[in-house]
Design a protein around this ligand. Structure first.
Ligand code: ZN
Length: 140
């Protein structure tokens, strides 16, 4: 058994809506990282994520190997976050859209019932798929 409930699933939808709103309000993507290489030093010294105003650097004028620091990878992560998040959000929303309560009996998952194809076998809603998403988002 899971701790999934209709209220919990509603909270998941609310959270996904908040993510979508932040995503839609942000600068138009795709974003990309520009890494600044200092040929004299022979290494990267800073990065920027465009078109957003994110600048990453270790602030020591290239004295240390910037690309070895987390800021370089952070810039790559931030640059890809918009596109990655859009795709992950669409995937989670598509799964939740698929696993809806059955119209005839809202205590059952329409998709799981159809997938199993045995009328006598009932799958309660929230089903294990929806419960897994809810638990992942709740951090369990
Ligand atoms: Zn289901």
């Amino acid at each position: 058994m899971t701790n999934a409930t209709a209220d919990g699933v509603a909270a998941v939808h609310q959270y996904l809506m908040q993510i979508r709103q932040r995503l839609e309000k942000s600068s138009k993507g795709p974003w990309h990282a520009v890494h600044h290489y200092d040929a004299a030093l022979g290494r990267y010294v800073s990065s920027e994520v465009l078109p957003v105003a994110v600048h990453a650097g270790n602030g020591d004028g290239g004295m240390t190997n910037y690309a070895d620091d987390k800021e370089y990878d952070d810039a790559e992560f931030i640059a890809h976050s918009k596109t990655d998040l859009q795709k992950l959000l669409m995937a989670v929303e598509a799964v939740l859209e698929l696993h809806q309560p059955d119209e005839a009996d809202t205590r059952l998952c329409a998709h799981c019932m159809e997938a199993i194809g045995v009328e006598a076998f009932q799958v309660e809603w929230p089903c294990p798929t929806v419960a897994t998403i809810q638990e992942a988002i709740e951090g369990e």
